[in-house]
Structure formats: C-alpha cells, structure tokens
Design a protein around this ligand. Structure first.
Ligand code: ZN
Length: 96
C-alpha cells in the first residue's frame, strides 16, 4: 500500500467520523432520536472502524515491505544494497 493512499484514507475516515458525530450531536440537540441521528452515528462508527482497520493493514503492509526490501551492506564499499541483490550496485563486487 502506498503511503499517500494510506494518508488519504486516514483523513477521509477521520473527517467522516468527526462530521457524522457532529451531525449526530446536532440532531440530538434539535430533536429526539430520529433516523438521521442513527444514520450519523452508524456512519461515524463505520468511519472509526475504517480508520482502525486501515492502520492495522498499513502496519502489516509496511512489515511485509520491510522484509522484502531488507538491506545489506556491501563489505567492500559499505553501500546499502537490497538483500535480493548478489552484486553491489556501486562497486559491482559480490555482496556475500
Ligand atoms: Zn560495494
């Protein structure tokens, strides 16, 4: 998952939660419990759930990416290379 997508999702879910909670409080202050108030509350909870899920998923993706792109230092020139590389990208010598 790209970081920008993650950030957009964070803002969208948070904005959705906040605006829906505000809507819920407003509905409750002007009227008794009604359909709109319940709808706002449900959307607010959905936004929060989406926000939490997004964070959990992002952390897992990041961990997976970290292991995939784990780096190894070249013993000859100390350049950082991807672990899947066999030869150093800077000096071209064997990494292992
Ligand atoms: Zn090197």
């Amino acid at each position: 998952m790209k970081r920008t997508i993650y950030q957009i999702f964070v803002y969208v879910t948070l904005a959705m939660s906040v605006s829906c909670f505000t809507g819920f409080i407003y509905e409750m202050s002007v009227a008794e419990m009604n359909v709109w108030a319940i709808l706002c509350l449900v959307l607010a909870i959905l936004g929060l759930v989406g926000f939490v899920l997004n964070q959990i998923l992002y952390r897992q993706f990041k961990q997976r990416d970290a292991t995939r792109y784990e780096q190894v230092e070249c013993p000859h020139c100390h350049e950082m290379n991807s672990k899947k590389d066999v030869f150093c990208k800077k000096c071209g010598k064997n990494l292992y």
